[in-house]
Structures are given as C-alpha cells and as structure tokens.
Design a binder for this molecule. Structure first.
Ligand code: FAD
Length: 450
C-alpha cells in the first residue's frame, strides 16, 4: 500500500489533519503510538465517571473542530454553555465577577472591548512580547477591569501573574469569541463525551479511505537529500510517503529526527520551548460527591487569583452540570486546579506535597460540599502545553511548514497557532492540512488560523 501522507499522532491536531486530507481524497496513514485516541485530550473512565483528562471543555465558537466535524459528516453537539463566572476573593468569598467592574469601572471594560473590536488580528501580532495588562492600560487604569480578563487568562492559559498573561494570546481569543458569539468566552462539553467524538472522527476518516494504526510508535521520520521519504517504526518497519505531518508536542519532537535534519534555528526554538520551565502546570483534585461541588451555579466557570492557604490561582469546574451523563445517577464530578510556576517548582516533590495538602484545606473552605466527597483524585499536570507567557507565543513557535525539508509539516498546540488547548490544536490541524494541499480550504475561509 502506498500513501500520499503519513500523519503522526492521533491527538486532536493529527485527527483533524488526517480527516481533512482523507476527505480531500488523499491516501492517508495515521500512526499513533498509544492504544487509545485523543492524545492529551484522552477520556478515561474512573469509578463510573467520565474524566476528560486533557479535555475538560473546548472553546470552539463553531468555526474549528465543530466545522471539521460537519465537513466530514459528523455532528458535534455542544452542551449548554456556562451560565456564571463566580470569582473568589479572600475575606469576601465568592461573588459574580461582574462585581469587579461595577460603577464607573464598567466604562473601562467597554473601552477595552471596543478597542479590541477595532484592532485587527494582524495588529495583535505586535503584542507578542507584551502582557495583557500593558495592552489594557491604554484604555483603563481600573484594577477590577484588569482582574476580569486576567481571571479568564488563569482559566484558559493557566498563566499566573499579571506580567505573565500574554497580550496577543489572550486578545486573539477574546476577539474571536466577542466577534462570533458576542461573549468574552464560549466553551462547551461535547455531548456523548470525548472518547465517542474521537472514535466518530476515526470512523469518518476510515469511510474516506484513511487508515489508522494504533500502538504504532514512530522511531524516526526519514529524511534524505532534503526531502521526507517516510517513517521508521520502533519495531524497524519502514513506511514510505512523500509527505509527513508530525503532531507530537515540542518536548517529543527532536528525538524523531536525526541530528542536523531540522534547520538549526528551528531546532533551537523547539529546544527552548520544550524546556520544563516553559510548561503550563497545575495541581488539582478530581472530586466526586453526592451533591454538586460548586461556588454558585452548576454550569459556572469559577476562578480565583489566590486561595487562602496555598496562594495559587486557578479554577473549578463541575462537569456534571454540563452533561449529566458524565457521572453515575446521584453523583457529581468536579475538578479544581491551581496553577504553579514551572520555573521554580517543576519536579519539586516536597513543595508539591505541601501545596496539595494546603489546596485540599482551601477546597474544603471554598467549596464546602467537597467535605462529603465520595472520592478524590489528586493529580499534577505538566503536559497542558507550552505556557503562553509574553515572548513564548507567535512566531517563536514552529510554523506548519518546515523550511529546508520538503514534505515535512508540523502541527499541534505547541506550534504556531491561536486559541485554547483543543481549539488551538484543531486550528493548527486545519493549517497543516491546507499546507499539505497547498491551498486554503473554502469551508474555513475567514476563520482564525495561520
Ligand atoms: C490535564 C489537562 C487538561 C487540559 N484541559 C483542557 C481543557 O479543558 N480544554 C482544552 O481546550 N484543552 C485542555 N488541555 C490541552 C489539550 O489537551 C491539548 O491542547 C490538546 O489535546 C493538544 O492536542 P495535540 O494534537 O496538539 O497534541 P497531543 O494530544 O499531544 O497529540 C499528539 C499525539 O502524537 C502521539 N505521538 C507522539 N509521539 C509519537 C510517536 N513517536 N509515534 C506515534 N505517535 C506519537 C501522541 O501519543 C499523541 O496522541 C488540557 C491538557 C491537559 C494535559
């Protein structure tokens, strides 16, 4: 069997690229090293609950993963969207985030929204080095207004401090959601869950003639005389193809190539982005309980900039409020996460143990229903993505096209793309498919991607 394209990795970006290419009549082989689909956005059953491990919610306002599904004959059904944004303030507890910008401060927020509407995506590229607060300071000096968009940055980007919330990255997403959904943030859970979605995408891919091999780890992408020749699997099998799309994240990328295959500047940027200190990290608890573990409403997007004891910023999310099918009858599933700084604490087990203990005490104070938890599952997250601090976004990230190696393309959320997590991976998957085809796809005309 000969192939036009090999796509490496059946996470979101690889699935999107492979689906679009197969739909356009390319002979595509999709290789995944694991026995499961979804990559980091894997879904997993635990004590009867559906845990979207790296796929809590998706922030696709309708023009990326949803449209890819529609194009390939699938209906990605959105859950109802969140209905409130409680915000925690030490001393005053939970309150609607709107209280942060009450009175005259509201005008400052309006000025920011209007300025964003009038700023093009191209102009936002000039803000890759700067913080969100620097951009907002042009239109308001109100701390409460800063807090609102910075709290959203904590929820979406897992960035911690004011100077670490990237201007361009956050503003791209705010602009996208204001212009398509008239709201600061739009997110949903896919009804039926993530695993069903990934399997449905594979069925559609196969119906278009695509071939998937699970448990097929690629050892090396084969490049000779400046052009891709195919891949070699870990068991030594060689598979030929003139084009290879690699969706492995930057921390898995370099080991797939012999030395000096990639241009030195690209390799240097990948090495820098892949450093542990540049990972977006958090500690968290999955919590199952007999009543919803919530701040205010069952479909809230709740956030905090600092908890009483561990002092970290983070979020809480009640999945059962978005889709009752996620949990067994009469049970509720919540995840609470608190971001930490990888530059100082990556791999610091003693510090993490201390923070886990403090965070649980914080949760019991902030979300009292957690005290009666049926079970809890603590977890450390270090693979959310490359952190979107100023200077680590935009052109510093690898493009879809690898200059100097014919037929080699990169995709995934750690490459140059915009959006949040899954949405970012999907948008970069569309870009990669278009790069392979050498043309823009009409179905995505006018949508946000590189
Ligand atoms: C705990 C956690 C929570 C998250 N929560 C959210 C959220 O709520 N919302 C959101 O939008 N995003 C979230 N994310 C981020 C989101 O999961 C990722 O942005 C997205 O899944 C990345 O997709 P990708 O295709 O770019 O990469 P990946 O999912 O990493 O896909 C790469 C694939 O390549 C495969 N691969 C790698 N090397 C090889 C090889 N040598 N051979 C064959 N296959 C290979 C991998 O196994 C993987 O399947 C979360 C992530 C984590 C970890």
């Amino acid at each position: 069997m000969s192939y036009d394209v090999i796509v490496l990795g059946a996470g979101v970006s690889g699935l999107v690229t492979a689906s679009l290419l197969a739909e356009r009549g390319q002979r595509v082989l999709l290789l995944e090293k694991h026995a499961y689909l979804g990559g980091r956005a894997r879904e997993y059953r635990y004590q009867g609950h559906q845990l979207g491990l790296g796929s809590h919610l998706v922030e696709d306002p309708g023009d990326s993963l949803t449209r890819v599904c529609a194009l390939t004959g699938l209906d990605l059904v959105h859950s109802e969207r969140s209905d409130s944004m409680p915000f925690w303030t030490n001393g005053r507890g939970w309150a609607p985030i709107q209280e942060q910008y009450a009175g005259s401060a509201k005008q400052g927020l309006k000025r920011c929204i209007q300025a964003l509407n009038e700023t093009s995506y191209e102009e936002l590229e000039n803000w890759n080095h700067a913080s969100l607060r620097e951009w907002m300071a042009q239109y308001t000096s109100d701390e409460g207004v800063y807090t609102v968009w910075e709290a959203i940055s904590v929820l979406e980007q897992i960035t911690l401090r004011p100077w670490e919330h990237s201007a361009s990255e956050n503003l791209y997403t705010r602009k996208l959601h204001y212009s398509t959904r008239r709201t600061a943030g739009y997110s949903f859970w896919p009804m039926d869950g993530w695993d069903a979605l990934w399997h449905n995408m594979v069925s559609a891919f196969e119906a278009h003639g695509g071939e998937l091999r699970l448990s097929a780890p690629v050892r090396r992408v084969d490049v000779r005389d400046g052009a891709v020749r195919g891949v070699t699997l870990r068991d030594g099998e060689e598979i030929e193809a003139p084009q290879v799309v690699v969706s492995a994240p930057v921390w898995d990328l370099l080991r797939l190539f012999d030395d000096d295959v990639l241009p030195w500047d690209l390799a240097a940027r990948i090495r820098m982005l892949a450093a542990n200190r540049n990972r977006a990290c958090w500690i968290g608890y999955w919590i199952a309980a007999k009543e919803p573990v919530i701040a205010m409403t069952e479909r809230e997007m709740a956030s905090f900039l600092s908890t009483p004891r561990c002092g970290l910023p983070g979020f809480t999310l009640n999945f059962t409020g978005y889709d009752g099918g996620v949990s067994p009858a009469g049970e509720y599933l919540t995840c609470v996460g608190a971001s930490f700084d990888a530059t100082t604490h990556y791999g610091d087990r003693a510090w993490l143990d201390r923070k886990f203990a403090e965070l649980w005490e914080d949760i019991e104070e902030m979300l009292p229903a957690a005290r009666g938890a049926l079970w809890t599952k603590p977890h450390v997250v270090t693979s959310y993505g490359v952190i979107t601090k100023p200077g680590l976004v935009g052109p510093v990230r690898p493009d879809a096209m690898v200059r100097g190696v014919e037929g080699l393309w990169l995709t995934g959320d750690t490459t140059r793309a915009r959006g949040i997590g899954i949405d970012k991976a999907a948008r970069s998957g569309i870009t990669a498919a278009e790069a392979v085809l050498g043309q823009r796809l009409e179905a995505f005309a006018g949508t946000l991607r590189y």
